[in-house]
Unconditional design. Sequence first.
Length: 384
Amino acid sequence: MGKMFHWACVLDDEGATVLSKRVGADERELEACLDEIRALGAQRMVAIDLLGDSATMLESVLLGRGERVFFLPGMAVNRAREGYAGETKSDKRDAKVIADQLRMRWRSLRELHRNDETVAELRALVAHRRDLVQDQTRDVTRLRAMLLEVFPGLEAELDLTKERSLLVLTRVVTPTSVRRLGASRLARWLKARGARRSQELAERVVAVAKTQRRELPAAEVKAALVSEMASEILRARRRIAAVEERLEKLLSERPEAKIVRSMPGMGAVFTAEFLAEVGDLSRFASADALAAAAGLVPVTRASGNSSFQRRAKRGNRPLKPLMFGSASRGAARHKPSKDFYVRKRGEGKTHHQATIALARKRVNVLWAMLRDGELYRERSPAAA
């Protein structure tokens, strides 16, 4: 599939090619192709090897027409291609491989379902927030490196993940500019912009400025860049806050969001990510199926007399880290979760293994809560 066109391939039950053609990626051509396929009269299933991006229109048209759509990952297509005769890679050949794999393996493939508008919006917003946070992390790293070349003592003194520290850098960067402004005026300036404990922060900044009298090379130019970078990070923080405000509004409209958020360690962002990735819970027959989709179930490898379990390498990429992150937060703030984590560590498991085990247990609980429509509640000692 591409931005401008897709390749459609239709096989019969025996694997013979019934139709193979290039189709434009716009709605009109996709609809016309589906009409042509429907005219063939046979029962249909469709497989695609890409989700989102250039496949969004294709997904929407297929699901909107009521087709059964399955997803075959591109990596699986690449591996399957090696089992077919010939070495040429082309869209036409890949389309036939995808169709043949669907014909033989459709029961083991993930079926796609039409999402409602809220889930689609949640997915777009959490992806956008993830990008903003990643960009902000990179920007803070670059800011630290630049500040070290101007005022190392200030870089060590400030916590650049805090807004008030970034505010300082939009006003003063070099030791000379700090001493010239003074603690009182800096404190008043910070206080006017809502910084907490502005006097204490200003005094610390001035104190560290007194320890450096030497101006480092190109200090003024670098200071201007530091100030500009700090301003950009502050703007990014406001953009992230606006996205989170919109997520809060969307979650307030979803009854299942209240259920998910009731579990300790599942805040607004984790809940939004969970609902965006899981979508309709009915597509998971059990908690085990949901855990497998998240890549939290060990994979058994057996060959000859050797048999062992290893960590799953596949699974929903956003879902696994969010379940791991919420488990980490739960272990830090929720006594039953902490007790479970400590018990696993006592069994000889590493931090990562113990957290994965906790995440797996929490998936069981979340799935049952959503299935029954019940908020999280602690089990009594007798029930435990």
